[in-house]
Design a protein. Structure first.
Length: 136
């Protein structure tokens, strides 16, 4: 069993897709271990996106993720990291396949509804950032 971090971004919350995204994760067989809704501080956003520091789109990324509430979650299941990323689809909605979350709902590359960990190391780091040791 593997844990992954999944975040519904401000556009997904604003468009009322939280329930649909959770439904898809549950139907896939994943177990929700933790969830919280919050507005991300600039400091937390910069820590979360540290690997993009210095890139031309960093400011836009940080400003967007801080622009409204997000839903941060921890999911557990077999191959949770890879399967979750496949369920989300390509980050560019023009390349995301129908049937994926982004393929079905995203319209803009910079506002693509969801974020998910891309490796076990990223999952561990992101879970710690958003849940600060609150999980067993």
């Amino acid at each position: 069993m593997e844990r992954t971090f999944l975040m519904i971004k401000p556009d997904g919350v604003k468009r009322r897709l939280v329930g649909e995204i959770i439904r898809r994760m549950e139907q896939k067989g994943f177990a929700l271990e933790a969830a919280r809704m919050l507005v991300i501080s600039r400091k937390l956003a910069e820590e979360h996106y540290i690997e993009h520091w210095g890139k031309p789109f960093f400011e836009e990324l940080v400003n967007f993720i801080c622009s409204g509430p997000v839903v941060a979650m921890v999911w557990k299941g077999h191959d949770a990291i890879e399967l979750t990323r496949r369920m989300l689809g390509h980050r560019d909605p023009l390349q995301a396949l129908p049937g994926t979350i982004r393929g079905d709902y995203a319209c803009v590359k910079t506002e693509n509804l969801v974020h998910a960990s891309d490796s076990p190391e990223a999952a561990t780091r992101e879970i710690a950032l958003f849940f600060d040791g609150q999980l067993p």
